[in-house]
Design a protein around this ligand. Structure first.
Ligand code: V47
Ligand code: SF4
Length: 365
């Protein structure tokens, strides 16, 4: 073993002990460690946290609108303000959501995930009304709603602080925040792919405020487009830093860029080996975030199952064909994973399936 390999091994040992790496050290791991060692270390860390368990949940997404004041270049979902049905735009209301929920009897789902485009006519009051209606109709469902980008918009539109905005949403029935909108924090990349929407500092501010108010949140990273390893490492270390102060992140969700029908479509999608490396590195650099979610809708089921050996411990949910963000960018047209099939797939991959609630407590049925 040469001195470079010894250095990398030391870094892995330090990470497994929970120590925080420096940027240069993390970069060396990202770009120089051999795939086998990286995946094995991520698997070891995952096992120390979760044993053989792989989590899943029974959930439903609701995407109220794809009309958006922003124009992220990677987004195939978004339609400009003023677009109509003929252009593929939709705007659904609280009644549509309640109808969707009526089709799912009590006990059939435990979580509702609400996110969508940032519609210019929809502010805090609209969000509060939606949350109140869900709570009145289905108080047993955990509502994970609105990304930091949506919260930022609500707050600015209402002339309130982030904290005041979150408090009002919490009072109306918000239980947690999804991790979307993080993309890549580094300004030189963010400007190129998501110019105009909440900058990294604001995204982090929203999540920090949520954690202060005991609202748990997730974090994402959209990777595999124009960013480099230095941007991925920077992104992961910023999340690690915030988590070390608040402990409020439940899960980290790496989202692989899909190149269908968007402004970056000329870019190829990254190969599976690189995806595995991102997952393993994420598990190792975010040892202080309990869960690493493999969002199967983004990866496809086969790739998702392989990622469970690279640090992933949560496949996300049954979805029941309720999200279009990935379908419109080249993913499965009708994403749906039946519970029986989900459990069988987890077992076939060598793990023990455990249904979780939104706070990762096992669901007893
Ligand atoms: O912020 C949009 C991403 C995110 C593309 O918190 C794309 O549990 C790849 O955040 N290729 C929204 N990614 C989805 C999201 C999410 C999903 C599942 C679970 C959770 C959670 C959060 O989707 C956006 C953006 O980063 N996205 N377009 C695309 N073409
Ligand atoms: Fe709008 Fe979100 Fe699409 Fe960006 S990613 S254009 S904020 S819907």
């Amino acid at each position: 073993m040469d001195s470079r390999e010894k250095g990398l091994e030391k870094t892995l040992e330090r990470l497994l002990r929970g120590e925080t790496p420096g940027f240069d050290e993390a970069m060396r791991l990202a770009t120089e460690a051999d795939a086998g060692s990286l995946e094995a270390a991520a698997d070891e860390l995952r096992r120390s946290l979760h044993g053989d368990v792989v989590y899943y949940n029974r959930n439903l997404h609701f995407e109220p609108t794809n009309v958006c004041v922003y124009a992220c270049r990677f987004c195939a979902f978004r339609r400009p303000v003023g677009a109509g049905e003929g252009d593929g735009a939709w705007t659904k209301g609280t009644d549509d959501l309640l109808r969707e929920l009526e089709r799912r009897p009590v006990g059939s789902i435990t979580e509702l995930h609400v996110t969508g485009g940032v519609h210019p006519d929809r502010g805090l009051e609209w969000a509060e009304e939606l949350l109140r209606a869900v709570r009145a109709a289905r108080p047993e469902i955990h509502v994970k709603a609105f990304t930091a980008v949506e919260i930022d918009y609500f707050a600015r539109r209402a002339g309130l602080s982030v904290e005041e905005t979150l408090l009002r949403l919490k009072e109306a029935g918000l239980d947690s925040l999804p991790g979307g909108g993080a993309e890549i924090f580094a300004p030189e990349v963010r400007k190129r792919i998501a110019g105009g929407k909440a900058p990294a500092q604001r995204w982090l501010e929203v999540h920090e405020a949520a954690h202060r108010l005991s609202i748990p949140t997730n974090a994402t990273m959209l990777y595999g487009h124009v960013e480099g390893w230095e941007h991925r490492v920077d992104h992961l270390l910023r999340i690690r830093e915030l988590q070390s102060r608040t402990g409020g992140f439940r899960a980290f969700v790496p989202l692989r860029y899909r190149n269908g029908n968007n402004g970056l479509s000329a870019l190829p999608e990254i190969p599976p080996e690189e995806e595995r490396r991102v997952f393993a590195l994420s598990r190792l650099l975010l040892g202080n975030v309990p869960h690493l979610k493999v969002y199967w809708v983004m990866s496809g089921v086969d790739r998702a199952l392989r990622l469970l050996r690279c640090g992933g411990d949560d496949l996300d949910g049954t979805i029941d064909d309720s999200t279009r963000i990935y379908s419109m960018a080249g993913g499965d047209e009708h994403p749906r994973f039946g519970e029986k099939e989900m459990r069988a797939a987890i077992e076939a991959a060598g793990f023990v399936p455990v249904e979780r609630d939104s706070l990762y407590r096992p669901v007893a049925r």
